[in-house]
Design a protein around this ligand. Sequence first.
Ligand code: H2U
Ligand code: ZN
Length: 346
Amino acid sequence: MFNSPHRRFNPLTREWVLVSPQRAKRPWQGQVEKTAAPGLPQYDPTCYLCPGNQRAGEVRNPAYDSVFVFDNDFAALLPVEGQTPQAKNQPASLLTAEAENGLCRVICFSPRHDLTLPELPPAQIEAVLCAWAQQTSDLSARADIAYVQVFENKGAAMGCSNPHPHSQVWASGHIPNEPAKELAAQRDYLAEHKRPLLLDYLDEETRLGQRIVATNAHFTALVPFWAVWPFEILLTAHRPVASLPQLTDAEFHALADLFKQVTTRYDNLFQTSFPYSMGFHQAPADGQPHPEWVLHAHFYPPLLRSATVRKFMVGYEMLAMPQRDITAESAATRLREVSETHYKQR
Ligand code: H2U
Ligand code: ZN
C-alpha cells in the first residue's frame, strides 16, 4: 500500500495527509532557496539581539552572558491591563469577534550571534530549555493566560527576521487552534482507551522502529506516520508529563541531548543550517491536571531535497489537504543515516 497513493490519519489533529510516493522523482525547475551566508561574526554591531546593542524598539540590551529574555517590542498580544478593547459580542451575526489578551517575549539562546542550537554546548541547550520552562510557569500563573506557546522560527526560509539564535513565547487568553485540536483528541482517546494517545503511539513506533530517528531514556524523536513536512519530527516524552515545568533534572538533561541530536542531524542532511519552525505543545495553563497530555515538540522544516529546494504548501494543500511525496519511513531512514556529529565540528 505504501508504494502507491494513500492517505494517513493524524490522530492528534484528526486530519488526513495525502501521500504520493510514486511522485518523489519528479523534476524541479522552480524556486531555489538562497543558502545561508557562511561565517557569521560572533558579535554583530548592527544586530538587534546582540548583547549591549540597541533594539528596534529603542531599548538597549544588557551585556547578557547566557539566555536573555525580553518583552517583544512589537507584541502581537497585549496584557489584560493594556490596550486591547473589550469584547463586542454580536451573537446573532456571522461576524464574530472577541477580545484576545496575552504577552509575547523573545528568548535569545546565547550572546553568540553565530551559534545555532546544535552548535551550542549541551549545558547551554539545557539553559534554553530551563528558560522556556520558567517562562511557561511564570506566564501560566497569570489569571489572564490560558495557553503558553513556545516556538522557534529558524532561517530566512521560515520568515525568521534575524540570524541571532532566538525563540519566542506567546501566551494568550484563549487556547489557540492547534493545541485545541490536540486537547480534544487526547481527551477523547484517554476516555476511550484509558491510556494517553501519545504513549500508545510511542509504544507502536518503538515496536516497529522504522520511523525512529533518535531516542534516550526519557524522550524519543521520530518522523510521525502522518508527517506533512518532508523531514517533520515529533519529539515526545516517555511519560504523561504535561508541561516543561514538570520535567525532572534528568529529563531536562535528556531533552537537551535529543535537541542536540535532532538539530545536528537536520544540519548534516544537506550540510546547511536547516530551517524550521519548532514549538512545544504543552497542556493548557488552567491549573488542572491533564492526564491525557504528553509533552511534545513538533519540528516543521520546509526543505525537501537539498539546501535550496523547499516544499511549498500551496494549491491542493491550501484548498484541499496536505500532500507529501517522500514517505515518513524514507525520511526517518535518511535522518538516521547522517552523522550525529555536526558537519562544522568534524
Ligand atoms: P522571528 O523569530 O520571526 O525572527 O521574530 C523575532 C521577534 O523579535 C519579532 O516578533 C521581535 C519581533 O517583533 N523584535 C523585538 O521585539 N525587538 C527588536 O528590536 C527586533 C525584533
Ligand atoms: Zn546578534
